[in-house]
Design a protein around this ligand. Structure first.
Ligand SMILES: NC(=O)c1ccc[n+]([C@@H]2O[C@H](COP(=O)([O-])OP(=O)(O)OC[C@H]3O[C@@H](n4cnc5c(N)ncnc54)[C@H](O)[C@@H]3O)[C@@H](O)[C@H]2O)c1
Length: 298
């Protein structure tokens, strides 16, 4: 018998014959969410920057029984033409665009504020914030024409509390939360719900950077809930927000964080890259395959 509150999911059919676009769906939270939506009947189009990871993800999902309902397209979510084409292709899956999960992300600029290059600040916002704006803009254009839809954006607890992750990342995620609320307000009359998830520390390549043990040790000290955060925890929250069960929920930013925020604001840098905060400056592009540009500070 499993312990109380162990993570379980019961497959249902909440998304039967619905179309869904998932950005950043080649890995981590996006991949787990694509799988969850597929398991509940959706047709899923993944948009991702990393060709190798996306091809592997689709092959894996096909081998899990979803062949014929999952495809992918290479996009940079910071580029408007890419996002517009992605949403068009998402609508072409079934004739309607029902669900869009704007989730692609990178760690972005690192280092002290006084060492942060404008170009790195802008590149961080281009992916994390402009990417969400473009996703909402081009999803909504299509949803307005077909009677409505659901959008979920990935923010972060870093957008709620300080001290969690690098400053540009946190500011960009705070902007996602604000943008989500305003978009929900503006798009309600078109029957488009817009919500955000704020993941806590979720064990994905972006978070542990290949150092799972180090990350687990720090998380154990600061996160109240005893289990570590997995992409599936967030996927379930996204699926709920995207489903008709959340029909009266819009403009919400839902923390999925094992109580991390409930533990208060901490002057602790929890992730394995903590040292980089003081000793290095530059930018990292996560799983995209783009090389990091990091310099050591004297
Ligand atoms: N893992 C965590 O602890 C955590 C916590 C809070 C928020 N988040 C957010 O969750 C989201 C997913 O992160 P993850 O942890 O699953 O990371 P991940 O690195 O496993 O997956 C992110 C995916 O986004 C893709 N991507 C990055 N830049 C892109 C771009 N410009 N265009 C298209 N695709 C791009 C990557 O190729 C990758 O497949 C991100 O927005 C991240 O900021 C993660």
């Amino acid at each position: 018998m499993s312990s109380p509150n162990a993570h379980t999911t019961t497959p249902r059919d909440r998304f039967a014959d619905r179309s869904a676009v998932v950005t950043g769906g080649a890995s981590g939270i996006g991949l787990a969410t694509a799988r969850r939506l597929l398991a509940e009947g959706a047709h899923v189009l993944i948009g991702d920057y990393n060709t190798e990871a996306a091809e592997a993800a689709v092959a894996r999902l096909e081998s899990e029984g979803f062949r014929g309902r999952v495809t992918w397209r290479r996009v940079d979510v910071a580029e408007e033409v890419d996002v517009e084409a992605l949403m068009e292709a998402g609508q072409a899956l079934t004739g309607r665009l029902d669900v869009v999960f704007n989730n692609a992300g990178i760690g972005g600029a690192i280092g002290p504020i006084v060492e942060t290059d404008v170009a790195h600040w802008d590149a961080t916002f281009a992916v994390l914030t402009r990417g969400v704006f473009l996703g909402v803009k081009h999803a909504a254009r299509r949803m307005i024409g077909t009677g409505g839809g659901v959008i979920v954006n990935t923010a972060s607890i870093a957008g709620v509390a300080g001290g969690v992750l690098p400053t540009p990342y946190s500011a960009a995620k705070a902007a996602v939360i604000s943008f989500t609320r305003n978009a929900a307000n503006e798009l309600a009359e078109h029957r488009i719900r817009v919500n955000a998830v704020c993941p806590g520390v979720i064990f994905t390549p972006l978070m542990h950077n290949g150092r799972e043990d180090a990350a687990e040790a720090v998380v154990r000290q600061i996160q109240p809930w005893p289990d570590r955060g997995e992409p599936e925890h967030v996927a379930d929250a996204v699926a709920f927000l995207a489903s008709d069960e959340a029909a009266f929920i819009t403009g919400e930013a839902l923390a999925v964080d094992g109580g991390y925020l409930a533990n208060g604001l901490l002057r602790v840098h929890p992730l394995p890259g903590a040292k980089a905060k003081a000793d290095y400056a530059g930018i990292t592009y996560g799983l995209t395959g783009r090389p990091r540009e990091v310099r050591r500070l004297d």
